[in-house]
Design a protein around this ligand. Structure first.
Ligand code: SAH
Length: 347
């Protein structure tokens, strides 16, 4: 087990009053860049707290897209493993960050580069929130980039709901200590049904936005591209979605279905009709079509006219659908391109 910052703190200062940790936690999300900057702490504490790492992630490499609207960082975490996280300019003249929740992923979706790595381990809460803290520091160090982090998407490496507790704690910390509200955070999931059920009754789960990676409303096709899918996944998801929207839906709180456009696989008019039927049975759902970003030779992206025709079918059936902008594909930072090659043993 990796010791958390809080556990480390308790071992160093077992007798401090509880509010002290709250103060420190606030400091971690402030404009401070190191423990020394937390001047409100006592001298004794500042002298001793330095053995707790200020950051649980360290920068290994940064890549910037040609138009500099996408920055990808390779961050090293404990155990000599690397994760990727992305900073993207958004329409609000601010930045969206894309964070990872696991090193690798066990879901093995055929079109996703992270899936090819297998699962190495879950990230800790510290490692998840430190991706946000890392980008905060990065923007501070690059004032020319202007703008704050306004949105967070859990769409980096990993399946967030397969690391439920750490993701939940990270969400609650971010909501508590930053000005980013619940509608500006999206957790994207392949659709881990037991965890989706848990969300409905877990009073500590914050109701941020959820996006489910559907990719096909035809059972056979979904199983072909998302190997963790199963025969009655779609009716079960539909049933869950209705209950979720009944409890938590309102004009501002919808559910999103993501749909990666794979040429000749899930992009036909029949598939569009199946999707529209599935969505219309549920209610306040938006569809987000994602142009497939190349990760190997198995799949190709649907052509623009096919995507347009697919959208037309959805719109003719009154489904609200958008196409996601592809960003950072020149630095392999686009959806599904996050993967870290394992170092060879002699390096
Ligand atoms: N495990 C989560 C997060 C994955 S990344 C999930 O499954 O939702 C966010 C989105 O990018 C998902 O919808 C995922 O299916 C999609 N994606 C994965 N690989 C992709 C690729 N090569 N091109 C486009 N989208 C991809």
């Amino acid at each position: 087990m990796i010791q958390s910052r809080h556990e480390h703190y308790l071992s160093l200062f077992p007798t401090e009053p509880a509010f002290r940790w709250k103060q420190i936690e606030q400091g971690l999300f402030s404009f401070a860049s190191s423990w020394e900057d937390l001047t409100a702490l006592s001298k004794y504490m500042r002298e001793n707290i330095g053995s707790i790492p200020w950051m649980s992630v360290t920068e290994q490499q940064i890549q910037v897209s040609r138009n500099s609207d996408t920055h990808k960082a390779l961050l090293r975490v404990e155990g000599d493993k690397d994760i990727e996280t992305v900073l993207m300019r958004n329409k609000r003249e601010a930045w969206t960050i894309c964070v990872s929740s696991q090193i690798g992923c066990a879901m093995r979706c055929g079109f996703c580069a992270t899936g090819k790595m297998g699962l190495i381990r879950n990230l800790t809460t510290d490692e998840i929130v430190d991706q946000y803290r890392y980008w905060m520091q990065y923007l501070k160090d690059h004032p020319e980039l202007e703008g704050r982090i306004s949105n967070i998407v859990f769409m980096g490496m990993g399946e967030p709901l397969a690391n439920y507790e750490a993701v939940k704690d990270a969400l609650n910390l971010i909501l508590k200590h930053t000005d980013i509200g619940r509608t500006r955070i999206t957790v994207s999931t392949v659709g881990v049904l037991p965890r989706l059920e848990q969300i409905l009754t877990d009073k500590d789960w914050p109701h941020i936005r959820l996006a489910v990676s559907l990719h096909s409303a035809v059972a056979e096709t979904r199983k072909q591209i998302v190997p963790t899918s199963y025969d009655d996944f779609l009716p079960k998801l539909g049933d869950w979605a209705k209950r979720y929207l009944y409890r938590h839906g309102n004009r501002r709180h919808h559910l999103t279905f993501e749909y990666v456009m794979l040429k000749g696989v899930n992009d036909t008019p029949d598939q569009a009709r199946a999707l529209a039927k599935f969505v219309n049975r549920i209610g306040n759902v938006r569809v987000n079509l994602i142009p497939y970003n190349l990760t190997g030779l198995e799949f190709e992206c649907s052509t623009n006219p096919t995507i347009k025709a697919f959208l037309d079918v959805l719109q003719s059936k009154h489904v609200i659908a958008t196409t996601r902008r592809t960003m950072g594909d020149d630095i392999d930072a686009a959806c599904g391109q996050l993967a870290v090659k394992e170092k060879t043993s002699d390096t």
